[in-house]
Structures are given as structure tokens and as C-alpha cells.
Design a protein. Structure first.
Lengths: 285, 790
């Protein structure tokens, strides 16, 4: 959390608590693994969307290149009765336009690459709608600059475990910041508000808007497994290295996809299924 | 066990006959303050010797009509008394030596070479206060890290690691009460106000049978009792906190010391006083405070009562975002009674509590989260000074715990639902016998046996898992998987859910090679029934303690140690070399990707494994002269093995440091100046570096393969301090303490971490670029503190 950096700041104001980039002094080894990114998205507001999954491989952590796409894999997705083939459309992206996602369905992906078979699945759960969708101007605080922020109200369905994930788009462009707060704001479980209506929730506290921006937010209904996966991703990417928040011994974040042929050569990333509530609004004064 | 009983029976039988000796016993106190002194040597001309216990009491059987008794304690004038007659009570007040030259660091030389103790060290508060300190805050826990075998994961950690053990394996006692979290300000400082502390004793090995419940060490911190002669006030003004202490007598008598005395100390930090510098910091809170109290009252010549307490809190709040408060509260009532000149009974009734609160202050989802652990503890102990050769201790240690893992409630009418995690109850009983037996002039043995019994009690509903286990290891996928909960089993109030019975043998012996040197060896087995659940390397306020039970086994450890002790150059120097080997069983760790916050089924996140630690510790002490100090060096390994982590092989744990060197010096220049210096050098601690990067949801994610596979750079630092004392005889009491920490401004890495660059031209954004960043907590830190008496 940025909060925790601030604690340091306050605690040791008199001290020089220094961060220094030491990228050049560190040599890292790399173990190459297959990476899966993507899933089945049932967008209520945009039903006919193309489904796609991206495949790539890991590279050295301090490399400044982007991960190379895997272009020679065979990718299929099945709901148990129908199987759809995902076709490579370039740069490691595999797509299918015929799959119409349905609620309460388990989708299973199978990837065959370099003679090894990978498989994993996720369940598509229904998401709650936005009861209200609006924006508010907020003054500058310790952690955020002033600006317009998205807000929504939403009612959690009672007696069902729900897991939510929020995505925000600025003028149509997906926007995210690696921030310690992500694990608390971008994903949330209804453990403590089951069946309640929540008000004035900000889907991403790090993303502010200016007048005339088109602001879009998605509320995704995700599985518990994907929630737990994202929690680890946000914890790790948000960790600012402050020892009392973390440095839990960092660990590989386990995928829901496994390598059936050679289990130890396990892949990374996640194949998810999500139901999406989406709304957009233009920011005005 | 049988042999011990036999020994006891022999003592009893023997005592009926052995009446021709006489016994001199009594209390040794400080002449100025009337405080009882611990560890004072009392010996006669025939070589009979003893030391005072922690209540200043001694009992020395002697032979002959007339005996010459010498009472000796470093820093004090020796007293020689002629004793004639029978069974004499001898209460002696020792006067401090005019020049406070000989501040002893490790217990007085006569003890170290001659006692049966192995792997122990004592520090006096006066030494702690003379050494350089970060921001001028002298700190008990930072100072003990200058001793061999003690370390910490970084500077911002008040948790400490003893011989490679984790921070929760230390039993930290303040006047017999357990302190569950000894940190202030997220670990930069410890809860022990140096003004209120008398001395500190650390047991790293050879732990006597009267301590139990933790695997690695016992840190026994004792508060000052209060001046029995006169009212006395002390205050210190530092950069980040101020302290005040008052002490004095009550129930005064004309001829002798007062019947009672008290000590009250308080400390408050004021870092947040500077929040006015920026309006943004308005309503931000960041402070801690401590209150220490101790009173004692002499009921009569044989009975004393002590009441002590501690209360401390930290408060931290960022409006609109987060708030937290945490602290310990303890209370101890002790009664000591001299039943006869050979029997000393002490009984403590203790309450201790640790709780924290975490407030989420984000609008729309405000809530407060509370968690608590508290215990009640009764521990009677009888010490029997049977004769010159045998001292026996026996006692009970009864501990009742209440764990309240968590309670959530809404704030500001937010839509958060209230919820309370079920409480857990446990009873931990110990019964022990510990004997010190002088077999010959050269050989002294200290056998002991502790029987411990731990019961997890209802009322509680225990999850029943498929296959009977909350998690299992899937070797094909190399991952831990959770089992389904199939039902809940209800236990009634007081009903036993799980029970563990264990024997903990302890043994140490000393063999005197000659007047100035000895060898010692020790063995101890320890059991630990409560486990700290935290996913960080150092204690945080968000610690949750959880008891052993159906799914979490007690941890245990076996340790053997051997040491060589020698004093030379007329006892001005002392050298000790100790070596140890430890095996640890069922040590707790977390499965990869464990999520511990707000978790009721904590058993699904914990895994247990084995550990081993071994090393050599060297300590060279100089006690006398204007220049005193010590050099300590530790060569050690500390490793853990857990199924499913690092291919189920041994890997270095967080406390593993091959080399650790500390040089500590204190120099007295003239009448007014004293200087202190510390140089520390150690191997960097183990860290885990990434073995790959990939993208997920627009963020760069790191992949890891082997835990603790890399190391931070070597750590080294030099600290200096200078104390300007008032001119002797001037009547002034003001004292200036200047401290310069990290003199040559080395940016020691407290961690190196890897992240995606998330800022471009002051705008926060995911960039896809990565960097390695070194975090150092501080560079050069000057500070000044002013202390005065009133």
C-alpha cells in the first residue's frame, strides 16, 4: 500500500529512507514457461463479442522487451458438449467468434504446444448490475491527485458467494496502475457485505478522469479461484518492497491450467470465465 | 525422571540428619535505592559459594563457628562480614563503587566461568543506554542483537531471531508476563522503555526447566522496583519521544528501608507533532506510548508482594484510508516468601493481553477489524537450598488462553455485515523439577524435567475435512490443495478438542578445568503449542496467534550445546566459545500464495516442516578499565525443509546468516565524557529473486522458482555515541547523549525488490518496464537526547 510507504515516510522523516535503482547490479536467471492470458467473457451490454486468449512465454524479469507470443499452438475451448477452435490471429492471440457464453457453465481450455497438452477450466457466474453509475469530483488527498472519479452503487445477491473484479477504461483504453491498493479495490468478495447494497464504490481509485473523457467501468462476476489468483497478482505487483507489509516469501502464482504431459513444466497465467456488467459515462463539469 | 525422584528422596532423607551445618540467608540490596540485586556472589573462605536469585535472596550453608562471608557484585564495593552464632539472617546493602567503571555486560565473571548456565547472557539497562541508538532511542531488543547468536531480519524489526529460530519462537517476558508483540512503530522500536528496565536475561540454550512454551529462546526482562530510600525522578527528551520516570518509597520506617516502593514510567512519541507542516497530514495519527508500573511491599521480613504492570499502544491513522491501533497490556502480582532459611517460595499471577484493530476507512466500505489474544497464568515455584551442593526448584506453570481471531463491524453505517470468528480456548500446563547439583568442586550438573500438557478446549466448532486433513500435497502438480469441509463438529464449553502431553528433559553441566576456565555442555527439548500466523518475515501489528489443535501440531526442538569459558589477565577479560546443534520439528510455514488476513480456516494455509540450525559463537568481553566492551562473532547455518517447497529439500530460512560480527566499545574519558561505538558486519540475509516475467491484466507479474535462493549484499555499519555527564559535585544532573548512527552513510539493503516502473512524468501508469530497487531504511542519522533527574 502506498499507505505503508507513507508510514515509512512519517516514521523516519528524520532518516533518509532511500530507494535506489540497482537494476544494473543484478543478474537473474530465467526459466521459460508458457503463459495463458484471457478467457470467456459474457458481456451483457455487448453480446456478440469475439472471445480470445493470448499465449506467450516468460522472459528475464529485468528484460525490457515484451513477452514473445506463441504462434504455433492448437487451442480449443469446450463447454462439455460443443468444442470451439480458437484460431491464431497474430502475435500469440487466439480467437473465436462463434462461442456465445452462457451462465453457470464450465468452460475448459485445451492447448497443445510443443508436443505437450495443457488444460484448465473456470465457471461462468452471473454478476450483479450497477444500480447507479456516476462520477464525482474529488479534491487532492495524500494518495491521489484531484480529478473526476467513477462511482457506482450495486446490490449483492443474498446467500450466494460472489466475487467481483473491476476494470476501468479511459476513452476506451483499459487502464491499470500497479498499486498496493489493487488487491483491495479491484477485487472484492461479498464475505462482509453479502446481500447488501453498497453505495459510492470507486472501481479504481488510481484512475482519475478529466472533463470530456469517456469513462467506462466493468463489474465482472468471477469464480473464487480467479479471485484468489488475482489477489496474488495484485498483492505481488502492488508490493512496494516494504518489509512489514510483505516480503512474504515471494512465490510463483499458480495457474488454473496444468500441463498434463509434463506436470513439472507448468504454465503460468489464468484461463477465466466471467460475466460482465459494463457502463460508460462522459465526464462533464 | 526416576533418577530425579530418587535424588529428591535422598535429599529429604538426608535433610533429617544433616543439621550440623548452619545456613546464612537474606536479601542483598543496593544501598542507594534499596532495590534488590540479582546475581550477587556470596562466598566464604572455604570455597562455598552462591548467588542471589532474581528477588535478591540467597541461602548459603557454611561450616564452623566463625565464618568470613564475602559479598561481591561488579560495580559495587565488596563487603566482608564475620558471622558467628547460628542460622543467621544476613541482609546487606551494597554501595556502588565510586567510579562506575565496571559496567558488566555479560554476567559477572565468577558466574560465567563457574555457573552451570550455557547459552545465556545478561544485559543491564545502564549499558543499553550508553550505546549509540537510532534516533537516540536506546532499545533492549536492538542491543541484544549485538550478542552472538542473536539477529534480526532487518533494522525495522523488533522481532529477533535466536540461533536461526523464527521471531515467534522467543518467549518474551516482562516481569513474568508474556509480551506477544514487542514492537512499536511497525518494528523500529521495542516496547521496553529503557528507563523502567532493570536488566534483561536471554537464554539461547540450556534453557532451565522452569521455562517452556517456545522453541528458541527466553528473554526475561525485569522492571525496576523503585527506590526504597528517597523520591527520585528522571526524564529524557529525545528527538522522537520523551520519557519520564518517578520512583520512591512509601510506608516509611525510621530505622530501615521503607516497607514499600513504587516506580512509574511513561514514554510518548511525538513524530506526528510535525504533521502540521502540511495540511495534507491533518488528522493523520502516528504515535505510541508506554506506561510501566511496579510497586513492592514488604509484608514482614519473610514475605514480599510485588505488583507490576505494563500498558502500551500504537496508533496510526490515515484519514479516508486506513487506521490501526495495537498494544500489549500486562499485570503481574507476585508474592515471595521465605518459608525457612532453605526454602524460598515465589508465586506469580499474571494477566497478559495483546490486541489490534484495523480500520478500513475507504468510503462506502468502512469497517473495523479487531483481534485479540489474552492469557491468565499462575506459576508457583519453590526453591530449596538443600545444602552447599544441591539447590532444587520445583513448580507449576498454568496458562489459560483465549484467542479471539477476529471480529468485523461496520463503521459510519457502511453496508458491511458484522461477523465474529469463533473464539479458541486452550489450557497449557507445565510441571517441572530443576536441580543444581555440585558433584565435586569441579563438576556441577543441572538436570531438569518439564512435563507439559496442552489442551484445546471448546466451545468451538471444528471443521471436519474430506480425508481428515485441511490440505494435502499433490506431488504431481507440486502444489498444496485444500480439502472440502464436509461438516462441523461441535464441542461444548470446556470439552477437550485435542490434547498433547510431552516430556521436556533439560540438562546442563559445567566442569572446571582450573580457577579460570571451564567447559560446559547442555541439552534441552522444548515444545511450542501456539503459533504465530503472519506472512511477513518480521512481526507486524496484524499478528494472529493460533493454538495447536486437531490440524496443527505442536512444534518441538532438540538442542545440544557445548562451550568453553575462560577468564584471563586477572579476570579483566573473558572469552567464551559455544557451539550448538538444533533440530526443529513441525515448525510452521505457509503454503505458497497463502492468504492469511481475515481468514477463519487458517489451518488450510499452514504447512509444517522440519528445521536444523548449527553454529559457533565467540564472545570476548573486557570488563575493566576505562575501555570496556565486547567482540562477538557467530558462524551459523539455519535451514528449513518442507514438503513441496524447494523440491522438499533443505533451504536457508530467513534468519540464516553465515557470518555475523559485532564490535562494541565503551570508553570513559576524564570525569565527564563517555563514548560508545558499535561496528556490525554480517552476511546478507536470504531473499528470493524472480526467474521470469509475464503479463496479466495489463501488469507485469514475476515468476519465482526457489525460495531464498539469493542473498542481499553484505551488511555493515558503524555507530558512535558520546555522553556528556554533569560535573561531579556540581549538583547538576543534566546529561547530554549524542548519537551518530551509520557514520559512513552506507546504504545497507534492507530489501531488494523487483517491480514494474509505474510512473512516467509524474503520472501513474503501467509501463511494462521493470526495475530492481534497493530499499535502505536509513543513511547517517544524528540525534541528541537530554536526560535529567529531579
Amino acid at each position: 500500500m502506498k499507505t505503508l510507504r507513507l508510514i515509512i515516510l512519517l516514521t523516519v522523516t528524520a532518516l533518509c529512507s532511500c530507494e535506489e535503482t540497482v537494476t544494473g547490479d543484478i543478474t537473474l536467471t530465467t526459466i521459460e514457461r508458457l503463459v495463458i492470458e484471457g478467457g470467456i467473457e459474457r458481456n451483457r451490454n455487448n453480446p456478440g463479442a469475439i472471445q480470445s486468449v493470448k499465449l506467450s512465454t516468460t522472459i528475464n524479469y529485468l528484460s525490457q522487451d515484451s513477452s514473445p507470443g506463441v504462434t504455433d499452438a492448437t487451442v480449443t475451448v469446450t463447454d462439455g458438449t460443443t468444442t470451439w477452435e480458437f484460431i491464431h490471429t497474430g502475435n500469440g492471440l487466439y480467437s473465436n467468434s462463434e462461442l456465445i457464453p452462457e451462465l453457470n457453465t464450465v468452460y475448459t481450455i485445451t492447448i497443445i504446444w510443443r508436443g505437450e497438452t495443457y488444460t484448465g477450466n473456470d465457471t461462468l457466474n452471473e454478476v450483479a448490475v450497477f444500480d447507479n453509475f456516476y462520477f464525482e469530483f474529488e479534491e487532492e488527498t495524500l494518495f491521489t491527485d484531484e480529478g473526476y472519479f467513477l462511482k457506482f452503487d450495486s446490490t449483492d445477491p443474498a446467500a450466494i458467494e460472489n466475487y467481483y473484479y473491476y476494470r476501468v477504461f479511459k476513452n476506451g483504453i483499459y487502464t491499470i496502475v500497479p498499486d498496493p491498493g489493487n488487491s483491495e479495490t479491484l477485487i472484492v468478495s461479498d464475505e462482509f457485505f453479502d446481500g447488501q447494497q453498497r453505495f459510492g464504490i470507486n472501481p479504481n481509485e488510481e484512475v482519475s478522469f478529466t472533463v470530456n473523457d469517456i469513462a467506462t467501468a466493468q463489474q465482472l462476476g468471477i469464480s473464487q479461484k480467479y479471485f484468489e489468483y488475482l489477489y496474488q497478482v495484485f498483492e505481488q505487483t502492488g508490493n512496494q518492497g516494504v518489509s512489514f507489509t510483505g516480503n512474504p516469501p515471494p512465490a510463483s502464482i499458480r495457474s488454473n491450467v496444468i500441463n498434463v504431459t509434463t506436470p513439472s513444466n507448468r504454465p503460468l497465467g489464468f484461463f477465466y470465465a466471467a460475466d460482465i456488467e459494463e457502463q460508460s459515462i462522459q465526464i462533464t463539469e | 525422571m526416576a533418577r530425579l525422584l530418587l535424588l529428591l528422596i535422598i535429599f529429604v532423607a538426608d535433610s533429617i540428619y544433616a543439621q550440623e551445618k548452619k545456613v546464612i540467608s537474606g536479601y542483598i540490596t543496593d544501598a542507594k535505592s534499596g532495590e534488590k540485586l540479582f546475581g550477587v556472589s556470596i562466598f566464604d573462605s572455604k570455597g562455598n559459594t552462591t548467588t542471589t536469585n532474581e528477588y535478591g535472596y540467597f541461602s548459603l550453608p557454611v561450616e564452623g563457628e566463625t565464618t568470613q562471608i564475602t559479598i561481591s557484585y561488579t560495580g559495587y564495593k565488596n563487603i566482608v562480614k564475620e558471622i558467628t552464632g547460628n542460622n543467621l539472617r544476613l541482609d546487606v546493602a551494597l554501595e556502588q563503587a565510586v567510579e562506575e567503571l565496571a559496567e558488566v555486560v555479560v554476567t559477572k565473571k565468577r558466574n560465567t566461568v563457574q555457573s552451570s548456565e550455557i547459552g545465556t547472557a545478561t544485559l543491564k539497562a545502564s549499558v543499553i543506554k550508553k550505546l549509540p541508538a537510532i534516533l537516540g532511542e536506546p532499545d533492549v531488543l536492538k542491543t541484544i542483537q549485538l550478542l552472538p547468536g542473536v539477529s534480526s531480519v532487518n533494522e525495522a524489526s523488533s522481532g529477533f531471531n535466536v540461533r536461526g529460530g523464527s521471531a515467534d519462537q522467543n518467549l518474551v517476558l516482562l516481569d513474568d508476563a508474556t509480551i506477544y508483540n514487542a514492537s512499536h512503530l511497525f518494528g523500529f522500536f521495542s516496547v521496553f522503555n529503557p528507563d523502567a528496565i532493570k536488566d534483561v536475561k536471554l537464554y539461547k540454550g540450556g534453557i532451565p526447566a522452569y521455562y517452556g512454551g517456545r522453541l528458541s529462546s527466553v528473554l526475561d526482562v525485569r522492571q525496576k522496583e523503585g527506590n526504597k530510600k528517597e523520591f527520585n525522578g528522571e526524564a529524557g527528551i529525545g528527538l522522537i519521544s520523551s520519557r519520564v520516570l518517578v520512583e520512591g518509597p512509601f510506608a516509611k520506617r525510621d530505622s530501615a528501608d521503607a516497607r514499600g516502593s513504587y516506580m512509574v514510567a511513561a514514554r510518548r512519541s511525538y513524530i506526528d507533532a510535525f504533521t502540521f507542516i502540511d495540511d495534507e497530514f491533518k488528522d493523520t495519527r502516528l504515535y505510541f506510548y508506554d506506561l510501566n508500573l511496579k510497586t513492592n511491599y514488604e509484608l514482614n521480613a519473610k514475605n514480599n508482594l510485588y505488583l507490576s504492570g505494563y500498558f502500551g499502544r500504537d496508533r496510526f491513522k490515515l484519514p479516508g484510508l486506513i487506521g490501526t491501533t495495537w498494544g500489549n497490556a500486562t499485570g503481574t502480582l507476585r508474592w515471595t516468601s521465605i518459608l525457612s532459611d532453605k526454602l524460598f517460595l515465589q508465586t506469580s499471577a499474571v494477566y497478559s493481553n495483546y490486541d489490534y484493530e484495523l480500520d478500513n476507512l475507504r468510503s462506502g466500505s468502512e469497517y473495523t477489524w479487531k483481534s485479540r489474544i489474552s492469557n491468565f497464568n499462575i506459576k508457583p515455584r519453590l526453591t530449596w537450598y538443600y545444602n552447599n551442593d544441591v539447590t532444587a526448584r520445583a513448580g507449576l506453570d498454568i496458562l489459560y488462553y483465549v484467542f479471539s481471531p477476529g471480529e468485523i463491524s461496520p463503521l459510519n453505517n457502511s453496508s458491511v455485515n458484522s461477523q465474529t470468528f469463533s473464539k479458541k480456548y486452550s489450557l497449557e500446563n507445565g510441571a517441572y523439577v530443576d536441580t543444581e547439583y555440585k558433584i565435586s568442586d569441579k563438576l556441577l550438573i543441572q538436570p531438569g524435567l518439564r512435563f507439559s500438557n496442552f489442551s484445546r478446549l471448546g466451545r468451538e466448532t471444528i471443521n471436519q475435512y474430506n480425508n481428515g486433513m485441511p490440505i494435502f500435497y499433490n506431488p504431481v502438480q507440486d502444489v498444496y490443495e485444500e480439502n472440502e469441509v464436509i461438516s462441523g463438529r461441535n464441542y461444548k464449553r470446556g470439552e477437550i478438542i485435542s490434547r498433547f502431553n510431552n516430556l521436556e528433559p533439560r540438562l546442563s553441566f559445567r566442569y572446571l578445568l582450573n580457577e579460570n576456565s571451564s567447559v560446559k555442555a547442555g541439552y534441552n527439548r522444548m515444545y511450542q503449542y501456539i503459533h504465530l500466523v503472519t506472512n511477513t518475515t518480521s512481526p507486524t501489528p496484524l499478528d494472529v496467534w493460533t493454538p495447536s489443535g486437531p490440524y496443527i501440531k505442536p512444534q518441538s526442538a532438540d538442542q545440544v550445546g557445548i562451550g568453553y569459558y575462560r577468564s584471563f589477565l586477572n579476570n579483566a577479560y573473558e572469552l567464551s566459545v559455544e557451539s550448538y546443534y538444533k533440530r526443529l520439528y513441525n515448525v510452521t510455514d505457509f503454503k505458497e500464495g497463502a492468504d492469511l488476513l481475515f481468514r477463519e480456516d487458517i489451518e488450510t494455509q499452514l504447512i509444517q516442516g522440519t528445521g536444523r540450525a548449527y553454529g559457533v559463537e565467540v564472545l570476548l568481553n573486557k570488563y575493566e578499565g576505562n575501555f570496556t566492551g565486547w567482540i562477538s562473532y557467530t558462524l551459523s547455518k539455519s535451514e528449513t525443509k518442507i514438503t513441496g517447497i524447494n523440491n522438499s529439500r533443505y533451504y536457508p530460512n530467513n534468519a540464516d546468516q553465515l557470518h555475523r560480527l559485532n564490535i562494541v566499545g565503551m570508553y570513559k574519558l576524564g570525569e565527564r565524557w563517555e563514548f560508545g561505538g558499535i561496528f556490525s558486519l554480517s552476511t546478507g540475509r536470504p531473499v528470493t529473486y524472480p526467474t521470469g516475467r509475464y503479463e496479466q491484466n495489463g501488469l507485469v507479474v514475476a515468476d519465482y522458482n526457489s525460495r531464498n535462493g539469493s542473498r542481499l549484499p553484505t551488511y555493515h555499519r558503524l555507530d558512535l555515541s558520546a555522553t556528556l555527564n554533569p560535573k561531579p559535585g556540581s549538583g547538576k544532573t543534566g546529561k547530554w547523549i549524542f548519537s551518530l548512527v551509520n557514520v559512513y552513510n552506507r546504504q545497507n539493503a534492507s530489501s531488494i525488490y523487483f517491480r514494474e516502473v509505474s510512473e512516467v512524468n509524474d503520472v501513474e501508469v503501467a509501463t511494462g518496464r521493470t526495475e530492481a530497487v534497493k530499499l535502505s531504511f536509513f543513511g547517517i542519522v544524528p540525534s541528541v537526547t537530554y536526560e535529567f533527574k529531579f
